[in-house]
Write a protein that binds this ligand. Structure first.
Ligand code: F6P
Length: 391
């Protein structure tokens, strides 16, 4: 349940221990807006007379100090965070391989094992007099943040991911930038697809959720959009392409989310999950393009946007959301909250329990009006009455 700003959850209050020093870390895949969160957190903390330190590469700065000759944890001053809000990436670095609860350790036989090193994080905070942590990340990083909170750390989470698949927040920062870039790419692809009378298949990231594909596909005028939430049948997409041809439109744009899955088939996986690393998705675009070329007899090409979606400057929406999130994280700590995530609501940000977010994925709901808008516009989602919506 969301806490409005200014709400004090009695069970979370630890006013007896005023804050003097906090830490911030960024984890998981990077997303445009991370530097803006860091800037807002450091500045809002400094304005309260608190010191803020940054942990390098998730928690690796604490767990593997030998990798950082200049220090795995460093003081962040106002000067260091000036003029960074518009920059992509994260000045602290990030990793999606450093879960302290399942930290990878090489075994003698060359394989990888894992060990729980989370206690070292708690000890470090105590030893160094760090009163609280601002953890910026997606599902994985916020699950870790919640577990650290349960181990006794004072923690506030900030929702980040281009995938927009975090629950209990209207959106995450990074998503708008990814959608804007993908939309611009689709705008550019219309003319070349039309000139060559081709089918253009555009594969976008998003993991197991179709938010990027759906939003960019509709904004960018795609004719078919394939998302993980709807099992697709390429016969339906081929029919759509043929219908367009019959109406004199010789080209089609198809957006496919990396996690989309055929009705009678598997997800395209580039690398299976291994210790310390989630499964890597990718390759579905190639499959769809090849198959549609065979079914329609048309030339088809595939464009994989991949990590380009994570790069570049945040849009003003993401930049502002990230600045609001960073400042709200500091206000949450000031109010004595812990174990919460800053969440974007209307008109204000609010706070939700990390417990309600950790391990939960927000998929595109079947009754989404954006999905319905696509159907009203004649977009093909690869489904039919005989091929029901998943989830
Ligand atoms: O979660 C963000 C994301 O970009 C996903 O959309 C994608 O599946 C994954 O990260 C890629 O991760 P990596 O950086 O390991 O290639």
């Amino acid at each position: 349940m969301p806490y409005p700003l200014g709400f004090s959850a009695a069970r979370e209050i630890r006013m007896a221990n005023p804050i003097r020093r906090i830490a911030i870390c960024t984890g998981g895949g990077d997303a445009p807006g991370l530097n803006a969160v860091i800037r807002a957190t450091v500045t809002a903390a400094a304005n309260r007379g608190w010191e803020c330190v940054g942990i390098r590469d998730g928690y690796n700065g604490i767990l593997q100090p030998e990798r950082y000759p200049k220090g795995g944890v460093a003081l962040l001053t106002r000067d260091q965070v000036r003029g960074i809000a518009h920059l992509g990436g994260t000045m602290l670095g990030t990793t999606n391989k450093g879960d302290p609860f399942h930290f990878p350790v090489p075994r003698a036989d060359g394989t990888l094992g894992e060990t729980d090193r989370s206690g070292e994080i708690v000890d470090y905070f105590q030893r160094e007099g760090i009163d609280a942590l601002v953890a910026v990340g997606g599902d994985g990083s916020l699950t870790i943040a919640n577990a650290l909170h349960r181990k006794g750390l004072r923690v506030v989470g900030v929702p980040k991911t281009i995938d927009n698949d975090l629950d209990k927040t209207f959106t995450t920062f990074g998503f708008d930038t990814a959608v804007s870039f993908a939309t611009e790419c689709l705008d550019r692809l219309h003319s070349t697809a039309e000139s060559h009378q081709r089918v253009m298949v555009v594969e976008v990231m998003g993991r197991y959720a179709g938010w990027i594909a759906l939003h960019a596909g509709i904004a960018g005028g795609a004719h078919a959009i394939l998302i993980p939430e709807i099992a697709f049948d390429l016969d339906q997409v081929a029919n759509k392409i043929r219908e367009r041809e019959a109406e004199g439109r010789q080209y089609s744009l198809v957006v496919v989310a990396e996690g989309a899955q055929p009705h009678h088939g598997q997800r395209a996986v580039l690398a299976p999950a291994e210790i310390g690393h989630a499964e890597r998705l990718g390759g579905i675009g190639e499959h769809v393009a090849r198959d549609l070329a065979l079914r329609t007899g048309k030339d088809a090409r595939v464009v994989v946007l991949g990590h380009l979606l994570r790069g570049g400057s945040p849009t003003s929406f993401d930049r502002l959301a990230a600045l609001r999130f960073g400042a709200a994280a500091v206000r949450a700590l000031e109010q004595g909250l812990s174990g919460v995530m800053v969440s974007l609501g209307f008109p204000n940000v609010n706070y939700v329990n990390l417990e309600e977010v950790a391990g939960r994925m927000k998929a595109v709901p079947p009754d989404s009006d954006t999905l319905q808008t696509g159907r009203d516009l004649g977009v093909c989602f690869g489904d039919s009455a005989a091929n029901p919506v998943l989830n």
